[in-house]
Design a protein around this ligand. Structure first.
Ligand code: PLP
Ligand code: SF4
Length: 357
């Protein structure tokens, strides 16, 4: 390099780049070019470095490397699986619950997950709100005092420059009715180099700010990810975790336990375990709900209660996220039959009339 600078490794953004890096065989190129033309592809250097190309079942590759079967859709799959569209009052805002709303400042992500529920919307060219559109979206929050929580999602809000992010955080923090700012992001694991001091500073605010990290496998927590998360927590950011239950990635008790324990060891409190949303071409990732419930049940009592996420299904008709078990209590005549996580059971009779006095 003439100026002596170190070349910055770039994300792999198409099938040919993946083949060049030895991550897909050349004979699959024609099919994968078709997939990449339909659904965005990006594998960051951090994630590419974790993939073992010799392992056909590599859990990191499974999440990011396109496969020919993505072009097959099932009758159950929907382009907008959680019905964002009908709940959009102004561009970039999704309002479904009375007390909280989403702000989507852009639709780009560091990586493009092959199971993404917004795969028909996200992409590198991805819908950045213009200054005027962002202003209108923020005005919507300013004029809806019943909304107490602003949830930045996308795309991935940490793809914004620290300057733009600081602007949004400052504007939201100045609204007295906004008591919580939440960001949903994959950046701290997928592209930890983006978590600079300037970015952490952009998130440093008096308003309670939560970052909900999307991570699906213990190996995503590299040393660089650890440093990025530490930087965020030093800036006062509270860390939560969200995971999509995925066939071939985290669908055994061992892989799920390892992930949840690793999250906690990085100060990330597991929040949601999502049942897969049925976006087009994702059926091979689906784990049946009965299996998901059994997996979680096998962890209860064996793994610290801090690791326990809420297993949830985002209802396809836009009716919100519903917890889907497992259940430990069952209504019986005159009380509740409760199973203990350590194997025992207990019948809790209803209390008779409250003692007088
Ligand atoms: C997922 C989602 C939320 C957040 O739901 P929580 O259960 O509070 O995490 C809020 N609004 C919309 C539109 C959502 O899709
Ligand atoms: S980071 Fe989230 S929004 Fe982006 S591709 Fe992955 S699942 Fe989709």
């Amino acid at each position: 390099m003439p100026d002596g600078s170190i070349p910055t490794p770039r994300p792999l953004r198409d099938a040919d780049a993946l083949a060049g890096a030895g991550l897909v065989p050349a004979e699959s190129l024609p099919a994968l070019r078709q997939v990449a033309a339909r659904y965005a592809v990006s594998v960051t250097p951090a994630m590419a470095a974790l993939i073992d190309p010799a392992d056909p079942a590599d859990p990191i590759a499974a999440q990011y490397i396109p496969r020919a079967w993505e072009l097959e859709t099932t009758p159950q799959e929907l382009a907008d699986p959680i019905a964002d569209h009908p709940h959009t009052p102004v561009k970039g805002v999704v309002h479904r619950y009375p007390d909280r709303a989403l702000l989507k400042p852009l639709l780009a992500c560091p990586v493009y997950c092959r199971f993404c529920f917004r795969r028909e919307q996200v992409g590198p060219a991805g819908g950045v709100l213009s200054e005027a559109e962002l202003d209108t979206a923020l005005e919507w929050f300013a004029t809806h005092p019943q909304v107490q929580e602003a949830i930045l999602t996308g795309g991935d809000p940490l793809m914004l420059s620290p300057r733009r992010l600081a602007h949004i955080v400052r504007r939201l923090s100045a609204m007295p009715h906004i008591r919580i700012i939440r960001l949903h992001s994959r950046v701290p694991v997928a592209d930890p180099a983006r978590i600079t001091d300037a970015l952490a500073e952009a998130l440093d605010t008096e308003t309670a700010l939560f970052l909900c990290l999307h991570a699906n496998h213990t190996r995503e927590f590299t040393d660089d990810a650890r440093a990025a998360l530490r930087r965020l927590s030093r800036a006062g950011v509270a860390l939560l975790g969200q995971t999509v239950l995925l066939r071939g990635v985290n669908d055994t008790a061992e892989t799920l336990e390892a992930l949840l324990r690793t999250m906690l060891a990085h100060r990330v409190k597991p929040y949601y375990l999502h049942q897969l949303d049925r976006a087009p071409g994702t059926a091979r990732f689906e784990v049946p709900i009965a299996e998901g419930r059994a997996l979680l049940e096998s962890l209860r009592g064996r793994v610290t209660g801090l690791a326990w996420p809420t297993y949830a299904l985002d209802l396809p008709d836009g009716q919100g996220k519903a917890p889907i078990g497992p259940d430990f209590a069952e209504r019986r005549d005159g009380g509740w039959q409760v199973r203990g996580p350590l194997g025992g059971a207990h019948f809790q009779p209803d209390q008779d009339a409250a003692p007088a006095g």
